[in-house]
Design a protein around this ligand. Structure first.
Ligand SMILES: [Zn+2]
Length: 186
């Protein structure tokens, strides 16, 4: 079956250890009904198993796990992303900016997914001057969490304003999420 970008994002989040709806939502920034729909699809295609635990207040708590076939699917997906990343590097080296732009127009989240799946990291993107390939500036510079449209974002100037130590390599094009900003020290 053909899984879509958001499906792969949800699977990736679960694999990283998010098992409840809240923590998955935190990582993928989807609306509840969108997330529920995706979990339904993943469940029907045997990509996840669902069990119930007990929450702190004794309430029933959903626990989601990825299945072996999902792990396989994710490995293949990451392999595919790796191959495409190598092609994109070649294009960048050859100066084929237009082709790169077209790829990103067709698949705006492609490089974000590469970062999400650990195929490439922000430092490498910066070094190669390829950060423009990322959709928006939607990832926290430090923890790579997606910064939704309404998420609080902290730029270099906010870091300076509070006299905090600037994370290494962070530039004026980067943003931090509230959690990472809170963890900065002076
Ligand atoms: Zn962060």
């Amino acid at each position: 079956m053909e899984l879509e970008t958001n499906d792969m994002k949800v699977l990736g989040a679960i694999k990283r250890g998010a098992s409840g709806l809240g923590s998955i939502k935190n990582i993928v920034h989807l609306k509840s009904d969108e997330l529920e729909k995706i979990l339904d699809i993943l469940d029907q295609s045997n990509m996840i198993t669902v069990s119930y635990g007990t929450g702190l207040l004794g309430q029933k708590k959903l626990i989601v796990h990825v299945t072996e076939s999902a792990t396989k699917e994710m490995d293949e997906y990451a392999d595919g992303l790796s191959k495409r990343w190598k092609e994109m590097i070649d294009l960048a080296i050859a100066g084929e900016r237009e082709t790169l732009d077209k790829i990103i127009r067709d698949e705006p989240l492609l490089v974000n997914m590469m970062v999400f799946y650990g195929v490439v990291d922000m430092a490498t993107l910066s070094r190669l001057n390829l950060r423009f390939l990322l959709e928006g500036r939607h990832l926290c510079y430090k923890c790579k969490k997606e910064l939704g449209r309404f998420a609080q974002k902290f730029s270099v100037s906010s870091v300076r304003k509070f006299n905090f130590k600037l994370p290494r390599g962070m530039t004026t094009r980067d943003d931090l999420c509230a959690d990472c900003f809170d963890k900065l020290t002076s």
